[in-house]
Design a protein. Structure first.
Length: 618
């Protein structure tokens, strides 16, 4: 079923053309990621499709009676409701039916039919599962202990996460998400991915997270040079297809140009000769009618960067012993790990565990509460702060660089800034007026001039488009110094990291490998932790513990089968209740009705148990 159809869409801001001749189609089973550079018009197109922004020309058809749910980068809930009450608003129909059922006497012959009908409607609209859906969503988005909190008393980030959670619960016909993974920890993003993979309705997302895109969509819609291009598959498939399309178009263009050149050369040589002039004129007419192919464009306006240093560090770069970090109170205690020369270490852990605080402590911005950090010989540190607080908001772009590099000539500073796409009068922009992406590029320009052999990077990919992230990845991979970084971009982590340090429950767990290796070994580490915490003494007990996750998975499957059986039994009982010989016989009808109630209670229990086991398995 076609849900949205866009033809010849044009959008301008003043004299700037943003979208030109856009054609876009969304069907009921489509899951589409809109990709493109910063400023390509991705968020603008999303706003137009959601109806929150106008367009200049073109036609948009939206199927009647469909529900569109839109999450923007600045969405947040504003309400005096508690967190739980706000989520219940999504299920007003189910709650109303439950209240009606509670008001009826199921043992009364006069209300038996009405009760049975309401009960069937209640079940069909998810009446027996909505409470568990709310519970699961709130717990996964970090609101386990916030059910009774007033929403307006939450932080901006919390209200944004809550807005996303509420939208997901509403399950609109078209779910539109603009950068939904921003500011979510990796565990929450993984849950969001699993939710979207199983989502039965249409999905449109804008994201710079390639790992997230790969996991959730089956189509890519690229915005480039103000126009849109469709590709089938996830992000990896899009990259391959785009390269092939460009290669094919380039070959066709080059062949045609050679043909034109050859024909023109023949015409020039033979047009004036009496013996060949007719042939030359004929070829000229054919050439004039030829549909000339355009030289395929490639967007090569990319940042350029490399990280170098003037001196080597010692082999041991950081020796962290019994470190406790925090401000007024500890975030995490007794951290121990070593960073060696040329390590590229990713720090992982849930939001609030203290990842950024650890980086600030290593950078000596804040003191350690306990323990110590030993720094290796010859160390020079450069730090990237995710809040970009090291930039001076009242300075120009040029002065931001020049004031910290006074010996450099202006032309050399302009050369550096040009590599980060600040050209001509761009260098006179005030830092405070820059976009998020521009500020990150400026901070990276400053970082390359530090000539440090240890880079400490806190969410360095924030606000960067995919192409810029890929260039940054390449620069960091080729960097021969040491890197300690925090990132929620798993694709970036997998490309750059050679070691993972996971912060969990007052310990730092080390994984010698990339993100994929970390995922493979994470389950084994959980088992080791369980073994330690329970003081298991012998091999047989440890072996049993290793099989616990398998048994849990088997138990989940068994319960899923029981739920399926119970649902089938309920369907049969309801069909039985609808037979004239049953509902006309009060005693017989009451027995069937009582059996339905028993089955529903059992189903209710099984669903609750299934959710608990699924949470344990994550």
């Amino acid at each position: 079923m076609n849900l949205i159809n866009v033809n010849n869409l044009v959008k301008t801001y003043g004299t700037n053309l943003i979208l030109n001749n856009i054609h876009f189609n969304l069907n009921s089973n489509d899951k589409i990621a809109i990709v493109g550079r910063n400023g390509a018009g991705k968020s603008t197109l999303m706003k137009i499709l959601s109806g929150s922004e106008d367009y200049d020309q073109g036609n948009i058809f939206i199927s009647p009676n469909i529900k569109i749910g839109y999450f923007s980068q600045d969405s947040l809930l504003t309400s005096n409701n508690t967190v739980l009450d706000e989520m219940k608003l999504v299920f007003e129909k189910q709650i109303s039916l439950k209240n009606q059922l509670d008001a009826l006497d199921p043992t009364s012959e006069a209300t038996l039919n009405k009760y049975a009908q309401l009960l069937q409607t209640y079940e069909e609209c998810g009446g027996y599962t909505y409470e568990y859906k709310i519970e699961t969503m709130l717990n996964k988005f970090g609101f386990k202990n916030y059910y009774n909190h007033n929403i307006n008393h939450l932080s901006g980030g919390e209200r944004t996460r809550l807005a996303l959670a509420k939208l997901l619960l509403s399950e609109p016909d078209v779910l539109m998400l603009d950068e939904p993974s921003n500011h979510l920890d990796i565990e929450t993003v993984e849950f969001l991915e699993s939710f979207l993979r199983a989502y039965k309705n249409a999905l449109i997302i804008v994201s710079h997270d390639r790992y997230f895109i790969n996991q959730t969509v089956n189509q890519i819609y690229e915005l480039e040079f103000n126009q849109g291009y469709e590709y089938i598959g996830n992000y990896d498939a899009y990259v391959v297809q785009k390269a092939k399309v460009y290669e094919t178009q380039k070959k066709q263009y080059d062949l045609q140009q050679k043909l034109i050149e050859k024909e023109q050369d023949f015409i020039n040589k033979n047009l004036a000769r009496a013996s060949t002039t007719k042939r030359a004129q004929s070829r000229r007419k054919k050439l004039e009618k030829l549909a000339v192919l355009e030289n395929p464009k490639i967007d090569d306006k990319n940042i350029k960067m490399d990280f170098t240093f003037n001196r080597n560090s010692g082999n041991i770069v950081l020796d962290i012993q019994e470190l406790t970090i925090g401000y007024n109170k500890p975030f995490i205690k007794a951290i121990n790990f070593i960073v060696k020369k040329a390590d590229k270490v990713a720090i992982l852990g849930p939001n609030g565990i203290g990842k950024s605080t650890l980086l600030k402590t290593i950078n000596q911005e804040i003191p350690a509460l306990e323990g110590k950090i030993s720094y290796g010989a010859g160390l020079k540190i450069a730090y990237f702060d995710q809040n970009l607080s090291l930039l001076h908001t009242n300075k120009t772009v040029l002065d931001e660089i020049w004031d910290e590099n006074r010996t450099m000539l202006e032309k050399d500073i302009r050369t550096v800034l040009g590599k980060f796409l600040f050209s001509n009068d761009d260098v006179y922009k005030i830092v405070n007026d820059l976009s998020g992406g521009e500020k990150v590029r400026l901070a990276l320009a400053k970082l390359t001039l530090k000539k440090a052999n240890l880079l400490i990077l806190d969410e360095v990919t924030n606000h960067l488009d995919i192409m810029s992230r890929e260039i940054l990845e390449s620069a960091l991979i080729n960097f021969t110094g040491t890197i300690v970084f925090v990132s929620h971009d798993r694709f970036f982590i997998n490309k750059v990291a050679t070691k993972i340090i996971e912060l969990r429950d007052n310990e730092a767990i080390e994984y010698l490998g990339d993100y994929n290796y970390y995922l493979e070994k994470k389950q084994d580490i959980k088992i080791v932790k369980a073994v330690k915490s329970n003081n298991l003494e012998n091999y047989e007990e440890q072996k049993k513990e290793k099989n616990a996750s398998r048994r849990l998975a088997k138990q989940i499957k068994e319960i899923e089968k029981e739920i399926e059986t119970l649902e089938k039994a309920l369907q049969d009982l309801k069909a039985e209740l609808e037979k004239p010989e049953v509902y006309s016989d009060y005693i017989r009808g009451q027995k069937v009705h009582d059996e339905i109630i028993k089955k529903k209670m059992k189903l209710d229990h099984k669903i609750h148990l299934w959710l608990e086991l699924c949470n344990q398995n994550n």
